[in-house]
Ligand binder design. Structure first.
Ligand code: ADE
Length: 231
């Protein structure tokens, strides 16, 4: 899978994606990226990429012609069929695991990271950018959002997770939050002397009981923390 990233801060990449699981996968060429600096397509002596908004108001807007010029170094066709385009924005459709699974099947995705007040709407419309948000809060730019989307896709690529790391049940895989996990020691004494045990059912040796307990925990946690998932 290939990610093209249009950004004013190309040095932010691969950033955390160069570490751990995604870092190993990058070395093994299971995914690749090209960070394109929007500044390279800026206008005039100062390489200006933005301007004040028509209609007035605060902030600056990234110019459509600048984004287009950067885009044309990746693809010369405005058709989204061969190259899925995403604009990261708090205004977008919320990213979900279902959406991540769909995106992870694409061979190539282009991610546009905004700064300032946003990007001229015309380039988003003309090049059919899909707008995606990673949550209901505002970041200072789209780059961390792009990294989160990339991370979520990369771990689903074939060969990225080893068999031992592939969870059969993880949060959202069945529409519910995951049950709690425990490991040794079975009896843990905290530094203040509290003795904390594990749920007995987990050492009962009864697989069906363990399964039932985990299912009940999943449901109870979801009901408490994310009741919206049950609706
Ligand atoms: N850019 C700024 N905030 C964002 C968010 N919540 N999601 C995606 N991109 C963003």
């Amino acid at each position: 899978m290939k990610f093209n990233i249009l950004t004013l801060f190309p040095d932010m990449f691969p950033g955390p994606l160069g570490q751990s699981l995604s870092g190993r996968a990058l070395e093994n060429r299971l995914w690749s990226y090209k960070a394109v600096n929007l500044r390279d397509f800026g206008l005039g002596k100062h390489k200006t990429v933005d301007d004040t908004p028509f209609g007035g108001g605060a902030g600056m807007v990234i110019r459509a012609d600048v984004v287009e010029a950067a885009l044309l170094t990746i693809t010369n066709t405005p058709s989204p069929t061969t190259n899925h385009r995403i604009y990261l924005s708090p205004r977008g459709t919320p990213l979900t695991q279902t959406k991540v699974k769909e995106l992870a099947t694409q061979p190539e995705i282009t991610l546009l990271c905004g700064r300032y007040e946003g990007v001229d709407q015309r380039v988003l419309d003309a090049y059919e950018f899909e707008e995606i948000s990673i949550g209901d809060y505002v970041l200072s730019g789209g780059e961390p959002a792009a990294m989160i989307l990339m991370d979520a896709c990369i771990r689903l690529l074939p060969g990225v997770l080893g068999n031992e790391e592939t969870p059969l049940e993880e949060s959202f895989s069945n529409g519910l939050l995951e049950y709690p996990h425990y490991t040794r020691p079975a009896q843990w004494t905290t530094h203040t002397g509290h003795i904390l045990e594990i749920p007995n059912v987990l050492v009962s040796g009864n697989h069906q009981s363990v399964k039932d307990w985990r299912a009940a925990q999943s449901l109870a946690l979801t009901r408490k923390i994310r009741p919206d998932l049950l609706r």
